[in-house]
Design a protein around this ligand. Structure first.
Ligand SMILES: Cc1ncc(C[n+]2csc(CCOP(=O)(O)OP(=O)(O)O)c2C)c(N)n1
Ligand SMILES: [Mg+2]
Length: 628
């Protein structure tokens, strides 16, 4: 057997360069490169290997390990899970900084390969710098924290273990149902140890990404159920976009007269003005979709994990005998709510159900079509109203969303993740195409915005990337502005400053408590509480110090002008926009389950509890086991 003597780290680099995916005849490198931050736990291992053999695996230096995972994951999302990055970190804090990013990847079902450094397998110098010693086991390190947030986890204690571990890691990364964070912990001594690897280990490997079909019995049952449906409704999730199933979805909706509503991850699956797009559904949904959902008799959930925002915490669907059909690559999702499970690819599945339904002769029902249309007209007017609302003090968040949306072109991307913005964007942003709306709302991780926006730009440099970020998220993590500078990549950041964590302050007050601890205020010396004046921050100066061009916009004219100038810039821009912290976009006949204290001495809390208990009466347990 022909062998080649390499260190573990050298073997990993060489192996990663040879991994490809292929779908619909198109082949792509699985790894676009490797992100990293070096320390003693990886610089002489993977660092050395990247120098010696990494010309084919570009190295990107990030500012923060959590951020680099967000960047990698955003890239993978833009690439429909067919390409991603590897991320290398040092041992200890560098490694655990990636845990949050890993959880975000796994929740969103997006692939990323994490290679944290680990403590010496030999144990000879223990405890090594940054080692957490476990009192009852020497077989535990902080990297065990990755186990519950990873879809595959391994630790390489002997070089030859790579031969079995890496292929498994690739299988999971490329499996559309299983994918998420994959973690391979690499003890720092083992990274540098050599082994005679079989040369065949480093030959090119192409992973075919199949378009699996659901079982034919289930497909027929789904068609039969849909034949009898008077008020069917499709929920489009991220799976529609990852599967590139937009055309199949549009054809399905049109052929049978079934409205489509959207989740955060599915927004853009159909253009906002498609005749059958009823807009967003659920807790942050709009009028049209929420009214349709309340009365729907058959829900067709495609590529969605039916999170609580989509289902309005199980209160969105109120028809007595509402049934679910769930088409998903992941069986966990296909079986939720007692659904008729269609385990398979969204595009292949939609086409197959469509064929079965056409054979049964389903026709669109004109009266339902009319009802959908008039609801959509009403909803579009509500959106216009919010976007144009006038407040004397400052622009509202809704105004800013409207203005950025109007200014951006169809191929541009809006990026967001946490705070009040995602909900308002879901309601008010008009997405033109599947890749134009990128909101991470699986983990809704503050700090994803700028790091993720960078990944979006890396995935498609032709697009303008508009990152909309709240002041709280910005303060949590913004230093990847520097990485954008380093890589000569342009991102446009629109920072909406409302003096703190206003969406959480809103939740707090809705639960009957006085507002405290969410705004950015000095501690008052007399009361001892955080109720002094607001702490002024010069966000523009902050971004400028990292190399961004900055503008401040306090009204519509200034914001339009700033957007225009930002579009003309070649580098990163931050537009600072103070917004009215009291202006809120309302909810539209929906609810989100956030618990309220059962006992309290405060009347406000007692009243909120009563309202909460009443609201919870709409919460349903969906489980239908009998056949249609
Ligand atoms: C990492 C992380 N920590 C905490 C939270 C909980 N959280 C959600 S939104 C939010 C406040 C965000 O503030 P900002 O970005 O200013 O947005 P705003 O609420 O003002 O719209 C917090 C603390 C979170 N989503 N992510
Ligand atoms: Mg804020």
């Amino acid at each position: 057997m022909e062998t080649i003597r390499l260190t573990v780290a050298q073997a990993i680099v060489r192996f990663l360069c040879q991994q490809y995916t292929q779908r619909d005849g198109q082949e792509r490198r699985l790894f676009a490169g490797m992100f990293g931050i070096f320390g003693h736990g990886n610089v002489t291992g993977l660092g050395q290997a990247l120098d010696e053999g990494g010309h084919d695996l570009r190295y990107y230096r990030a500012q923060n390990e959590q951020a680099m995972v967000h960047t990698a994951v955003a890239y993978a999302k833009m690439k429909n899970r067919l390409q991603t990055f590897a991320c290398t970190s040092s041992v200890g804090p560098g490694a655990t900084n990636m845990v949050t990013g890993a959880a975000g990847a796994t929740i969103n079902r997006l692939p990323v390969l994490l290679l944290p450094g680990d403590i010496f397998a030999s144990r000879l110098p223990h405890p090594v710098l940054q080692q957490l010693e476990h009192p009852s086991s020497q077989d535990v390190s902080v990297n065990d924290c990755f186990r519950p947030v990873s879809r595959y986890w391994d630790r390489i204690n002997r070089p030859e273990q790579l031969l079995s571990s890496l292929p498994e890691a690739m299988r999971v990364l490329t499996d559309q149902a299983e994918t998420g964070a994959v973690t391979i912990a690499l003890p720092e001594d083992v990274q540098t140890e050599a082994y005679d690897f079989p040369s065949s280990f480093f030959t090119k490997r192409v992973y075919a990404i199949p378009r699996n079909l659901p079982g034919s019995d289930e497909l027929n049952a789904a068609a039969t159920l849909l034949m009898s449906a008077k008020r069917p409704l499709i929920i489009a999730g991220g799976g529609v976009i990852y599967s590139e199933a937009s055309a199949a979805l549009a054809a399905f909706a049109e052929a049978f007269g079934i409205p489509v509503c959207e989740s955060q991850a599915g927004k853009g699956a159909l253009p906002w003005d498609h005749a059958w797009n009823a807009g967003p559904v659920g807790a942050n949904g709009g009028l049209a979709a929420n009214r349709l959902a309340a009365q729907a008799d058959v829900i067709v959930a495609v590529g969605t994990r039916l999170g609580d925002f989509v289902t309005a915490s199980h209160s969105a669907f109120q028809a007595d005998d509402v049934r679910f059909i769930a088409l998903n690559v992941t069986s966990t999702d296909a079986f939720k709510f007692g659904a008729l499970p269609l385990v398979g690819d969204a595009r292949a599945g939609l086409t197959a159900v469509s064929d079965a339904l056409a054979a049964l002769g389903r026709q669109p029902e004109p009266s339902y079509a009319e009802e959908v249309q008039s609801l959509v007209v009403e909803w579009n007017q509500a959106v216009d109203l919010q976007r144009r609302v006038q407040r004397p003090e400052a622009l509202t968040q809704a105004n800013v969303i409207g203005l950025v949306n109007e200014f951006s072109r169809p191929g541009d991307v809006v990026v967001c993740a946490a705070g009040g913005l995602p909900g308002d964007l879901l309601k008010l942003w008009r997405a033109c195409e599947p890749k134009g709306y990128h909101v991470e709302y699986g983990y809704s991780c503050m700090g994803y915005e700028i790091a993720g926006g960078l990944g979006v730009k890396m995935a498609d440099p032709e697009r303008e990337v508009y990152i909309m970020v709240g002041d709280g998220s910005y303060l949590m993590m913004h230093t990847e502005i520097l990485t954008a500078l380093q890589e000569h990549l342009k991102i446009t950041i629109v920072l909406l400053d409302n003096n703190g964590f206003q969406c959480i302050r809103g939740l707090q007050m809705d639960a009957g408590a006085p507002a405290f601890g969410n705004e950015l205020r000095y501690r008052d010396e007399h009361s001892g509480r955080l109720e002094g004046p607001f702490i002024p921050i010069d966000f523009a100066k902050n971004a400028e110090s990292l190399g961004a061009t900055t503008y401040t916009a306090t009204n519509e004219t200034e914001l339009r002008a700033a957007l225009k100038r930002a579009a003309g810039e070649s580098g990163t821009t931050l537009i600072y926009v103070p917004v009215d912290s009291e202006a809120r976009v309302p909810g539209y006949e929906s609810w989100w389950d956030v618990p309220v204290a059962e006992v309290s001495t405060k009347q406000g809390v007692q009243a909120a509890r009563d309202a909460y208990v009443r609201a919870r009466e709409k919460q349903r347990y969906y489980y239908a086991s009998e056949e249609p």
